[in-house]
Design a protein around this ligand. Structure first.
Ligand code: PLP
Length: 499
């Protein structure tokens, strides 16, 4: 027996091929068996199966391993590729990207330095250049792949903070830590922006208090109120440093007025970060590219390919208009990326990243663009946006449903609200609907709150989802709603009597 038969090397090519084949067989079984987005299993039910697993007693072969993993995981996994999954921002993934994953984990390049990746670094750089040019940035731009939108947003705010201190206070935060003034730094983002802005401001030592929430109009940032807020903060002696515009809000799929925000940011000399974690998919379509007008004014941009480029998690990028701003992140380590490397022209991506060891996620996008091309990928986005517009009409024309707003992209917030139902009870009915849908698993949707009231939410990211699919889902929603009303008629009635 070869004690190294599980190690990946030139002596185990057969073992490798067999394992990959068995694993992909398990994936095919997942496709064949999982015919609804969720089995509806509860954590308690699944935990009993885990109790029997002894991690110190390995299984004899891949067959038993895969059958155990199917029982514990795949059979009950949330199935994003089904048209009835329209809950969160999870896209179905394209096959070329999955094929790339086979190379990524086997060859296992690490993209921190040239001497751990070679051509991998150049592939990443070309994709960054391509994305920058789609955004409308010129050749001074640059960027890096990241783990996701949260990390990209962190980098945007970090550069905003350190850039302000360096240029306006002549103060180096990287070396000296936060200056006294930093407790007065202010970041502006619409009330509909992503929670990672608050979370990242806290991580950066500015506190959540540094984030000023700007009211929305039509669920997009109100720019007049943004200017008022900037002036008010100035009057109070605070220091505006950055504005974040969202291209595709997580709840409403709307794009803030990027051009106006960008112009205002320039007037007040503020860092302009565009969070296009969701909306970056609009870069792919000529039909809807105009929605991103003004994104080219940004100092930095977040793009999540794992949201709207049909890429597997993780695949994301942070892009900057001026590559020199990334110097704020650079730290030269003698053993890894010494200064001499820069002089020798060795590209070390770690200089631009807050990670060190980093996956070669870029290869997935490379496979995708080289095989499918931008247009085909963009046509998926167009189909999704067109379907969403039709679904929005369906909801707004339904007497039992209330649509909150039309979407620029593909997220719709609405609720079950038939005649005769009190505002006081509508949240409970919709919470019940959401819970029943998860229990049943035949179709999955999300939920959110507006001013405390609970709403249902669709996020369409599957070009295979048709208006027919959604129509069936709406019927299920209304059935659950009607059931709740029947069961609670007496209580609802009593409550109204008392009131
Ligand atoms: C999803 C999302 C994020 C966070 O991205 P992750 O990849 O989940 O870290 C940030 N901003 C917006 C608008 C998002 O929709």
């Amino acid at each position: 027996m070869n004690p190294y038969s599980d190690l990946f090397y030139e002596g185990t090519a057969n073992e490798y091929s067999k394992a990959i084949q068995l694993a992909s067989g398990s994936v095919v079984r997942f496709l064949e068996k999982n015919r609804k987005p969720f089995s509806g299993i509860t954590p308690a039910q699944l935990k009993t199966a885990f109790a029997e697993v002894d991690l110190n007693a390995p299984l004899p072969d891949y067959e038993s391993l895969l059958s155990e993993v199917e029982r514990l995981y795949s059979d009950h996994a949330i199935t994003f590729h089904l048209p009835q999954y329209i809950a969160h921002l999870n896209c179905p993934v394209v096959i070329p990207a999955i094929a790339a994953e086979v190379l990524i984990s086997a060859i296992n390049s690490s993209l921190d330095t040239w001497d751990q990746s070679a051509g991998g670094t150049l592939i990443e750089q070309r994709l960054i250049e391509w994305t920058c040019s789609e955004i409308g940035f010129d050749s001074h731009s640059d960027g890096v792949f990241t783990s996701g939108g949260t990390q990209s947003n962190l980098m945007g705010l970090l550069l905003a903070r350190d850039h302000y201190a360096k240029e306006r206070l002549r103060y180096n935060i990287k070396q000296k830590g936060l200056p006294a003034e930093s407790s007065r730094f202010r970041i502006f983002v619409a009330a509909t922006g992503h929670f990672s802005i608050q979370k990242n401001a806290a991580l950066l030592g500015l506190g959540e208090q540094s984030v000023v929430s700007i009211p929305v109009e039509g669920y997009r940032m109100n720019v007049a109120l943004l200017e008022e807020a900037i002036q008010q903060e100035l009057e109070e002696g605070n220091i505006p440093i950055a504005v974040v515009g969202t291209a595709g809000t997580t709840d409403f799929g709307n794009v803030d007025p990027l051009e106006e925000i960008g112009q205002l940011a320039a007037r007040y000399k503020l860092w302009f970060h565009v969070d296009a974690a969701y909306g970056c998919g609009l870069l792919l379509t000529s039909k809807y590219r105009h929605l991103l007008k003004g994104i080219e004014l940004a100092n930095s941009v977040t793009a999540d390919y794992h949201k709207s480029f049909f890429q597997p998690v993780s695949s994301s990028a942070f892009l900057v208009k001026n590559k020199r701003s990334l110097d704020l992140l650079t730290h030269h380590a003698d053993y890894l990326n010494p200064k001499e490397h820069d002089e020798d022209g060795l590209p070390n991506q770690v200089n631009k990243s807050i990670q060190t060891t980093r996956r070669f996620d870029a290869l997935k996008l490379w496979f995708t663009l080289r095989l499918m091309g931008k247009q085909k990928l963009g046509s998926y986005m167009e189909t999704i946006i067109d379907t969403t517009a039709k679904v929005a009409d369906m909801i707004s024309q339904d007497d039992e449903l209330e649509l909150v707003s039309y979407s620029d992209i593909s997220a719709l917030v609405f609720r079950y609200f038939p005649a005769g139902l009190d505002e006081a009870d509508v949240t409970e009915v919709n919470l019940y609907i959401k819970k029943e849908m998860l229990k049943d698993g035949a179709a999955l949707l999300a939920g959110t709150r507006i001013n405390g009231a609970f709403y249902l939410k669709f996020t369409l990211l599957n070009p295979l989802t048709t208006t027919d699919d959604v129509n069936k889902l709406l019927s299920i929603i209304k059935q659950h709603g009607a059931t709740y009303m029947r069961q609670h008629r007496k209580t609802l009635y009593d409550r109204r009597e008392i009131a």
